[in-house]
Design a protein around this ligand. Structure first.
Ligand SMILES: [Cu+2]
Length: 118
């Protein structure tokens, strides 16, 4: 009897705790970093959102783990890695589109991700 009365309280507590678990699919929950590891496969990048610090040199390490792909930032033709490599970029605050710079096949146009500088 006592246990059944308490059940709704435990359920409420459980639901409240669930709400506190960070959901990393939300961009506000991603912490900015100074080094990003980008891996490309057919036909996607390993993350949908990468978040970095604005105004600081950021190291981008890129690798094609399946197929042959490239890394580019829309609007910055000077930033391009093909296949595998590293580069440093410094970005103003904002959202940038990452795309594949190598015509890699049927899913090429789907190879986009978001780079956020904060
Ligand atoms: Cu491609």
């Amino acid at each position: 009897m006592f246990g059944i009365r308490l059940l709704p309280c435990f359920l409420l507590l459980f639901i409240t705790l669930l709400g506190c678990v960070p959901d990393h699919s939300r961009q506000e929950d991603i912490r900015p970093v100074t080094v990003i590891e980008v891996e490309a496969e057919n036909w996607r990048f390993n993350k949908e959102i990468y978040k970095v610090f604005a105004g600081k040199p950021i190291t981008i390490n890129f690798k094609s783990v399946e197929g042959h792909h490239g890394f580019g930032i829309k609007g910055f033709p000077e930033y391009n890695i093909e296949g595998e490599g590293s580069m440093k970029v410094t970005l103003e605050p904002g959202e940038y589109q990452i795309f594949c710079t190598v015509p890699c096949g049927e899913g090429h146009d789907d190879m986009v991700a978001t780079l956020i500088a904060v």
